[in-house]
Design a protein around this ligand. Sequence first.
Ligand code: HPA
Length: 276
Amino acid sequence: MSEQARKAAAVVAEAAPGFRPRVGLTLGSGLGALAERVENAIVVDFRDLPGFPEPSVEGHHGRLVLGRLGGQDVACLQGRVHLYEGHPAQAVVPLVRTLKLLGCETYFATNAAGALDRDAEPGQLMLITDHINMQFANPLVGPNDESFGPRFPPMDGAYDAEHQALLRRVADDLGVTLREGVYLATLGPSFESHAEVRAFARLGANAVGMSTVPEVIVARHCGLRVAAISVLTNLAAGLSDMVLSHEQTLQYGHAAADDLRRLVLGFLEGLPSASA
Ligand code: HPA
């Protein structure tokens, strides 16, 4: 997995010589439009990157977009690995480690999720402050590559406190409602049963989705600072009359895309000029 990341980073270095992104972003379902705002974009197809899978879900493109966004050099993963596609959790490793090898200091994940809080409204954004891994898989299982991080990485403060503070400030300035809470990841691809939704809420989760947690584990292992935002595309199953579907996820993802775009741009613009 590390070897694939090294090869992928070499491919990127050839496509974009000397380019050193500071922030790596993953743009989730229906949220890929942000990549179209990247200036002086250099695009590398996932197919050309060793270890990068060809995503199969509608709304996921499978491209790495390098360039300038919000005054920062960034690398946008337009598409991600979902375990429900049949990939092992380890398949996430090359993507995140490639960002690390390219020079990223921060990993910024966005995703679509179902809200577990009854007062949430579809289209609202949620700052992820912690997670619960209910995928029963961990991307770091297997031999550890010490050059990236330790065998037993802590998950304390996985979601960077300074990044959280900046996102709260930016949302406040923009007048964008930013909920916050714990993101719980399931394997998917089925949506949750009503009993699962009740159970997850009691476990302390505020949103449920099918991604991001393995990426965050790999990112923290190799010392990337993490920021993550969920677009709450729906109330979780049984909390409203809506019947859940991927189309609905994409529809509300698009509806919230503008708020998310402004929030991410404000975050990038607000990052202190030198790393802390
Ligand atoms: N559950 C799981 N994943 C999701 C949901 C949901 O309700 N909405 C968008 N992604």
